[in-house]
Design a protein around this ligand. Structure first.
Ligand code: PGA
Length: 242
């Protein structure tokens, strides 16, 4: 079964670095059996998308505005992401929840706007270290899901992917044990599928690298990976995504 492997480049690269990395990854992964999605920053996205015009590798945004057209200085509409070549958009990444104070209501509106614009959504959920310590993980994630998925105009099941990313594992060189990630992925998929009436795929993210990627990809309930740090180097990313 092909898996979905997503590179989240965050704000780590210049425009020229993004283009150079996309080119290298394309040369290594253009015949991958997996679905490969690169998420550069907004300024690099149209250029990376043009570069990959004849490739099966696709492109996604890292965020979008919560409506499609409004007086919102500095925001980026999902319609424009679509117009410049994005097929996907990441919504609700924990760094945005933390730094931009995005809550589930905002994330729900962004998800709806993206779907209406014809983008596929990669919705991120996950608990903090303190939440995990209190034994509150499932309560926290299920609340995030309930609020974020409220009344979604979801036509096809493939238009939504959920990325389970425990916050304490992100950029920390402290990945979650694959068996535990698989169990939580199963719960997330069941919960979201019950809410939406469609089978929803779940990915894992958090300290994934070429050494540990296979341990997640062989799990029944994990349909792919959302990769940050290890996606910034072509050889490393290609060996985990191949
Ligand atoms: P990481 O980041 O792979 O560097 O842990 C994952 C993410 O933030 O999506």
């Amino acid at each position: 079964m092909p898996k979905t492997i997503i590179a989240n480049w965050k704000m780590r690269l210049s425009v020229s670095e993004s283009l150079a990395l996309a080119k290298k990854i394309d040369s290594k992964l253009r015949n991958s059996k997996n679905e490969i999605i690169l998420c550069p920053d907004f300024l690099s996205l149209p250029l990376v998308s043009a570069l990959l015009k004849n490739s099966q590798i696709t492109v996604g945004g890292q965020d979008c505005a919560l409506n499609l057209n409004s007086s919102s200085t500095g925001e980026i509409s999902a319609l424009n992401l679509k117009e410049v070549g994005a097929s996907y958009v990441i919504i609700g990444h924990s760094e945005r929840r933390e730094n931009q104070k995005e809550n589930s209501k905002t994330i729900n509106l962004k998800t709806k706007a993206a779907l209406l614009a014809g983008l596929k959504v990669i919705l991120c959920v996950g608990e903090s270290a303190s939440c995990r310590k209190k034994g509150d993980t499932w309560n926290f994630i299920s609340t995030q899901l309930k609020e974020s998925l409220l009344d979604l105009p979801l036509k096809k099941k493939d238009d939504l992917l959920i990325a389970y990313e425990p916050i304490w594992a992100i950029g920390a060189d402290r990945p979650m044990d694959a068996d535990e990630a698989d169990k939580i992925a199963e719960k997330i998929s069941r919960f979201a599928s019950d809410l939406l009436g469609k089978k929803i795929a779940v990915l894992y993210g958090g300290s994934v690298n070429s050494q540990n990627a296979k341990s997640y990809l062989k799990k029944k309930n994990i349909s792919g990976l959302l990769v940050g740090g290890a996606s910034l180097e072509a050889d490393e990313f290609s060996s985990l995504a191949l």
